[in-house]
Write a protein that binds this ligand. Structure first.
Ligand SMILES: *Cc1c(COP(=O)(O)O)cnc(C)c1O
Length: 368
């Protein structure tokens, strides 16, 4: 079986052992070291490490002082954490449809969704390519809105030479399957000194110095054990990304012209870090998306559907007071992409011959 994802953190052994032997296993100097390396990678002044990508999003929203009724505009085609974080922060969610080219919210749709209570634009950089930040950064500035980037899948990605997470408040995930992992973990990036300071206080029970509480906080802390797992990967990020990019290129060259398949595009000015390599299986393909997925699995080619439905299209969100008037029919592009998207293995551990097997298998089952 060629797996859709492989976790390889063996290079962290000596740093992890160092932390274990020190006995200081909670948040400490290793987290600081991880944060400094992460800030350098994202080109931001600050990186605040937390215990998940979800808490990164929640904390980023909490320090923006949103009031009940304030709205966050985001994508209906994303991992559920984007939505859950907004709800946990107590904000009202507005969705804007996505663009088929980059799978991220469409700037025109976002502009149309802005209302008097809109406070935050939250594009999701899906699959490792940024949203159209050339439009979202000026739009947020002109309208006086906060820009929070769900960059969970986009560590190292860039738009016009600027890294994901450096346009607004960047929120990253370090979950086991992400491009960089600490098992569980997250990071918030910002250039704003005051925001970074508030995030650091918030993540530690709202405590500035021992028993000196400034806000009602939380425990969002990362541990030194987790930071130690991530440091070697950050040091190798460029090589890990280059391996994904080479695999994506080989896949695209090999799959070009397969009837019914739309291959993922790298849009001008964007550096794609290929968290996922996602094709669209159109109505004229020999197999439906679900049939193709089953045929690949049967032949030992791992694959994944990210994501099978629009994010709010589940019973638990129906009639939710913070998700007003959302109907799947209002998001035709997201609906069609959710029915057609299929991700193929692109991770850094693939060999060229495995990539060739993926290509040959897809072509064979689609009659190409
Ligand atoms: C993974 C992910 C998250 C959440 O990160 P966790 O570390 O799993 O909490 C949020 N948004 C997107 C788009 C993700 O892919």
């Amino acid at each position: 079986m060629i797996p859709i994802t492989v976790v390889d953190v063996r290079d962290a052994e000596s740093l992890v052992v160092e932390v274990l032997r020190s006995g200081a296993i909670a948040q400490g100097p290793m987290v600081k070291r991880f944060e400094d390396a992460f800030a350098a990678v994202s080109g931001t002044k600050h990186a605040v490490a937390v215990n998940s990508g979800t808490t990164a999003l929640v904390a980023a929203l909490q320090v923006l002082d949103l009031q009940p009724g304030d709205e966050v505009i985001t994508s209906p085609f994303t991992f559920v954490a984007t939505l859950n974080a907004i709800l946990e922060a107590g904000a009202t969610v507005r969705f804007a449809d996505i663009a088929r080219e980059d799978f991220a919210v469409d700037p025109d749709q976002v502009t149309a969704a802005i209302g008097p209570r809109t406070k935050v634009l939250m594009p999701v950089h899906l699959y490792g390519q940024t949203a159209d930040m050339g439009k979202f950064a000026p739009l947020a500035a002109e309208r006086g809105l906060h820009l929070v980037e769900d960059a969970a899948q986009a560590v190292g990605a860039s738009f016009d030479g600027r890294r994901a997470g450096s346009f607004g408040v960047g929120c990253f995930s370090l979950y086991a399957t992400k491009n960089i992992t600490t098992a569980e973990g997250g990071v918030i990036t910002t250039d704003d000194d005051q925001l970074a300071d508030r995030l650091r206080v918030l993540r530690n029970q709202g405590m500035r110095a021992r028993y000196q509480y400034e806000v009602a906080g939380h425990n969002y802390r990362m541990t030194d054990l987790h930071a130690a797992v991530g440091i070697p990967q950050l040091e190798k990020l460029d090589a890990l990304t280059a391996a994904r990019q080479a695999n994506a290129k080989r896949l695209s060259d090999g799959l070009a012209g397969t009837p019914g398949l739309t291959l993922p595009a790298v849009l001008p000015g964007r550096e794609h870090v290929w968290h996922q390599y996602t094709v669209l299986v159109g109505p004229h393909a020999m197999l439906s998306r679900d049939e193709l997925a089953a045929a690949l699995t049967e032949r030992g080619v791992g694959n994944g559907i990210y994501y099978p439905k629009i994010v709010f299209d589940y019973e638990c969100y129906r009639g939710h007071p913070l998700i007003p008037e959302a109907s799947t029919q209002d998001f035709p592009v997201a609906s069609s992409v959710a029915a057609q998207a299929l991700s193929l293995p692109v991770h850094a551990k693939l060999t060229e011959s495995q990539v060739d097997t993926i290509i040959a298998t897809v072509r064979e089952v689609l009659g190409a």
